[in-house]
Design a protein around this ligand. Structure first.
Ligand SMILES: Nc1ncnc2c1ncn2[C@@H]1O[C@H](COP(=O)(O)OP(=O)(O)OP(=O)(O)O)[C@@H](O)[C@H]1O
Ligand SMILES: [Mg+2]
Length: 219
């Protein structure tokens, strides 16, 4: 898949030579499917690793705002396609977090890609970090998209659950993102919850510990 994606990108960029409009369209379809398949495989591998008890987290100190910025710019192309604004409010964020950086970014990526996917064109998505009294930090991802019906809220974090199962379903995906996200949050001592209203947008709030530096890192 990495070869397929890499060489398709080279051709799309016209490096081996010029391509016509139809070829460009096919290449873009191949790229989209390949990226989607890669995502699916990675999610399945992660879930299998967790089920086998082999998921290892490597916590370290990292600059929290910087990591969030990186993920936000990563999803910007997805948002651009739908003219969605992704805003951030990070002024209350602790300077450093102590977590598995890659897994932290994966959590945010999953929530942001959902927010963008389930929000119509010209909508808005916002990331906000706060420091609750209880310690640690909270990170919320809010959208003003299609929202979630109350009776569906409990299905959200289950594997392979997608709320809209209609044949005409217009959103891509497998229903693994939130199940994986919840496990990654809980494995790091955090929790995740959702607030939503049909048609009124959704907010996913992750609370994580991990502003303290573990003893191991001090030595
Ligand atoms: N921000 C949101 N607004 C409205 N519905 C949402 C939102 N996030 C998730 N959902 C609903 O919850 C379901 C499960 O989300 P999840 O991320 O697990 O799966 P997915 O995005 O459909 O597929 P995948 O993440 O595997 O690509 C979605 O299919 C959608 O119905
Ligand atoms: Mg998803």
């Amino acid at each position: 898949l990495n070869a397929i994606i890499g060489f398709c990108q080279l051709m799309e960029d016209g490096l081996p030579g010029p391509i016509n409009a139809l070829q460009a369209r096919y290449l873009s379809d191949v790229l989209k499917s390949a990226r989607h398949l890669l995502q699916l495989i990675n999610d399945l591998l992660d879930l299998s690793k967790i089920a086998a008890g082999k998921m290892e987290l490597r916590p370290q100190s990292f600059a929290l705002a910087e990591a969030i910025e990186e993920v936000c710019s990563g999803v910007q192309p997805l948002a651009d396609v739908k003219s969605i604004q992704v805003t951030r409010r990070l002024e209350n964020a602790p300077a450093q977090a102590y977590l598995d950086t890659g897994r932290f970014k994966q959590i945010l990526y999953n929530l942001l890609s959902n927010a963008i996917k389930f929000t119509p064109d010209r909508g808005s998505v916002a990331v906000e970090v706060d420091r609750p009294q209880a310690g640690g930090f909270s990170m919320s991802v809010r959208d003003n998209g299609i929202g979630i019906a109350p009776e569906n809220m409990r299905r959200l974090f289950k594997e392979f659950e997608q709320l809209d199962n209609s044949v005409t379903r217009s959103h891509q995906g497998t229903g693994l993102g939130l199940a994986l996200t919840r496990t990654l949050v809980e494995m790091q001592g955090g929790s995740i919850r959702a607030e939503s209203e049909p048609g009124g947008g959704s907010t996913f709030i992750v609370t994580l510990p991990g502003t303290q530096v573990a003893a191991a890192e001090v030595t």
